[in-house]
Design a protein around this ligand. Structure first.
Ligand code: CTP
Length: 191
């Protein structure tokens, strides 16, 4: 499948954990279809602001789990604030940015649609629709498994949101059920 990516603007990846967002972008970097500097990822910004990519609060006593969840949310807030500043600056400079985060909640997606509009650049969405069984199976191979419960919650949210995404106001939307045969075609001029 060919995905036409704009010359400048925002490419929003959408999909639960383990749907393969980072893997797809990594393979595009390896194939030299995109630059590593064109990708921003919430995981990397969490590390930049806090030295930690993920906090595992599963199987902890409730009080401790609540504290860890609070800490994770505080870190995420700072990470997204930094990441959004970078995306905004790149839009102002007429650069293309791939945003690697789950984007399961409508408010998160709307923020980037507004950012693109403000900067008069296009925004496209690449939506990864991968079966829950596959998400769970892949989780076992990760350094920091996200956990079955969390994946199930994310998958439910994704299933609910999927039908609305097309009408949210993207320049174009791509719905993928696998990421093996993807090719990015880049527009070579701003028009
Ligand atoms: N993976 C896989 N086959 C794919 C895509 C991903 O086996 N086609 C595996 C990766 O090797 C990794 C895990 O699934 O171990 C998560 O992949 P990743 O690309 O990091 O998924 P993301 O959607 O980016 O997950 P997150 O939002 O949690 O960062």
């Amino acid at each position: 499948m060919k995905i036409i990516v704009p010359y400048a603007g925002i490419v929003l990846l959408v999909g639960p954990s383990n749907s393969g967002k980072s893997t797809l972008l990594k393979s595009m970097i390896e194939k030299k279809q995109i630059l590593s500097s064109e990708v921003v990822s919430s995981d990397e910004f969490r590390v930049l602001v806090s030295d930690r990519e993920f906090i595992d609060w599963r199987e902890r006593p409730k009080d401790e789990a609540d504290c860890l969840l609070d800490e994770y949310q505080t870190i995420s807030k700072e990470a997204f604030s930094m990441m959004d500043s970078v995306i905004d600056a790149r839009c102002r400079l007429n650069k293309l940015t791939f945003v690697d985060a789950t984007h399961l909640h409508p408010d998160d997606r709307k923020r980037y649609i507004a950012l693109a509009r403000k900067n008069h650049v296009p925004i496209i969405a690449i939506v990864l629709d991968i079966p829950l069984d596959t998400l769970i199976e892949r989780d076992g191979q990760r350094d920091h498994p996200r956990g079955k419960r969390r994946l199930k919650q994310q998958y439910q949210t994704f299933k609910r949101e999927k039908r609305f995404i097309k009408k949210e106001g993207y320049t174009s939307t791509y719905l993928l059920d696998e990421t093996k045969h993807i090719e990015f075609i880049r527009r070579t001029n701003p028009i």
